[in-house]
Write a protein that binds this ligand. Structure first.
Ligand SMILES: Nc1ncnc2c1ncn2[C@@H]1O[C@H](COP(=O)(O)OP(=O)(O)O)[C@@H](O)[C@H]1O
Ligand SMILES: [Mg+2]
Length: 476
């Protein structure tokens, strides 16, 4: 009875801790909606995949291992939000995220490139995330310790008098006075230190060698790939060097608090947590997977290497153990999101085993004038908002008339149709073309405080270029 209760308690505690960050599927979509216009199917799929991972975590251990991740293939032309969706969910999940280009592995010189390296990079990222998190947790304590160290330098502590060795009462009283004075001065200094009044004063620090880029030991190529770091191997065998350096107190505070936080965190625990994080919540985004989906012509050698890349990817996606410098990392429950345009090939051109590991397929729609209008205006980081913010730093208020934005969206759609469809990326080039002169002339030539962009202004900037196909190929 008691044991069951206890277990329940531990479980609810666990769930609570996880819930701090885990959103429900509809909440995830709601968050994605803040940045990405349309593409509801893709948003829904990634939201489910993400939530399923959390659900899996709550399941009992033997069942847990049976549940496969909902790996996804996103199919859609370039510039419609595939990468953006993946990037956003990694932020939402606070999960280590890495993007690799599948086609990279087929390039000359890359054939057979260690595909496992992506798991190593992901682990590096995870260690950094966890380490920074832990450092934040001990930040206050580290600052306190830093303060004590700086005070020790400013006012070296008096040696403790060995009690009772002196029978001379005067001497004892003198020492007590000296200690009291020292303590009072220390508190005064502490106040000044806290207020920043001493920030520019120079002090000399003994810095341990960790604060210097140690001489880089370059191993033969391949060692790093195997996850072996010579510094780690030999670093501990060398005596810790320290070096004196003169710094201002402000600088010293930074250096020392970094060092102090480092002392306060337990790297073994960090690594353990980081590896767990990679295994259970890591996300690998494999871009351009269609480029390694060979067409059926068998004789061509490029196809062989394409299939080779798929074969290399397979064990990682299927679940295997990759040796990293943090120890073995299992890839079974890492979420893989692949994406590609699949213009000339189909997901069914992938080798069957790989197809099987990506059970979810979603199509993203190509974007038109209306979506462009929304992309320009609605997302929290919308391009127009970005330019407004940048110009307001010059004290200039930038405004767009509504039909000016429409005109930009219309032109983007037109150029995409005539030249090449690069999706929403077209908006960047078009908007910079429209605003280029303005951005150059503020603040020297244009001194007015408010600039209103009208439709005719947009037309004036764009029409000539759009009409000339060759020109638009280069500029837009
Ligand atoms: N549906 C969308 N909503 C908002 N912004 C988008 C959308 N699609 C693309 N973008 C913007 O266009 C650029 C390219 O998008 P990206 O996701 O990298 O394209 P891809 O589909 O080729 O991976 C990014 O700056 C992104 O913010
Ligand atoms: Mg992309």
């Amino acid at each position: 009875m008691d044991i069951i209760k206890k277990e329940k308690k531990v479980r609810t505690k666990k769930i609570k801790r996880n819930e701090i960050r885990q959103l429900t599927p509809s909440e995830i979509v709601e968050e994605l909606d803040k940045y990405i216009i349309g593409q509801q199917n893709a948003k829904k799929s990634v939201a489910i995949a993400l939530r399923n991972r959390w659900r899996r975590q709550q399941v009992s251990d033997n069942m847990k291992d049976e549940i496969m991740p909902n790996n996804i293939i996103m199919i859609g032309p370039t510039g419609v939000g595939k990468t953006e969706i993946a990037r956003r969910i990694s932020k939402l999940a606070n999960a280590p995220f890495i993007k690799v280009e599948a086609s990279k592995f087929t390039e000359v010189g890359y054939v057979g490139r260690d595909v496992e390296s992506m798991i190593r990079e992901l682990s590096d990222l995870s260690v950094n995330i966890v380490k920074n998190m832990k450092m934040k947790e001990v930040e206050l304590k580290a600052l306190e310790n830093t303060e004590e160290r700086i005070l020790d330098i400013l006012l070296p502590p008096l040696k403790k008098s060995a009690n009772g060795t002196s029978s001379d009462e005067n001497e004892i009283a003198e020492k007590a006075d000296a200690h009291e004075l020292n303590a009072r001065t220390r508190e005064k200094l502490r106040d000044q230190l806290k207020s920043g009044a001493l920030d520019n004063r120079m002090i000399e620090l003994d810095l341990s060698s960790e604060n210097f880029p140690m001489l880089q030991v370059l191993g033969p190529i391949g060692l790093e790939e195997m996850g072996i770091n010579l510094n780690d191997l030999f670093g501990n065998m060398m005596p810790k060097k320290s070096k004196k350096r003169k710094l201002t107190i402000a600088e010293a505070r930074k250096v020392l608090s970094h060092e102090e936080s480092g002392k306060l965190i337990d790297m073994d625990a960090v690594i353990k947590e980081a590896v767990e994080k990679v295994q259970n919540s890591g996300i690998v985004f494999i871009d351009e997977i269609d480029k390694v989906a060979g067409s059926n012509s068998k004789s061509q050698s490029p196809d062989v290497s394409r299939e080779g890349v798929q074969r290399d990817l397979l064990p990682i996606v299927e679940g295997s153990t990759v040796i990293t410098k943090y120890g073995p990392v299992m890839t079974d429950h890492i979420l893989f999101i692949a994406s590609g345009a699949f213009h000339t090939s189909k997901p069914s051109d992938l080798i069957p085993e790989l197809q099987g590991r990506f059970p979810i397929r979603v199509e993203l729609n190509s974007l038109g004038e209306n979506e462009f209008y929304e992309i320009l205006t609605q997302p929290e980081n919308a391009l127009i908002k970005q330019y407004k913010a940048m110009l307001s730093s010059e004290g200039v208020e930038l405004e767009f008339e509504d039909d000016a934005i429409r005109e930009i969206a219309r032109t983007a759609a037109e150029v995409n149709e005539q030249v090449e469809n690069i999706g929403a990326r077209r908006l960047h080039t078009i908007l910079t073309t429209v605003l280029e002169d303005l951005l150059f002339e503020v603040p020297d030539k244009i001194k007015i405080k408010k600039i209103e962009i009208s439709k005719s202004f947009v037309k004036k900037k764009l029409d000539l270029i759009v009409k000339d196909r060759d020109l638009s190929r280069y500029i837009l």
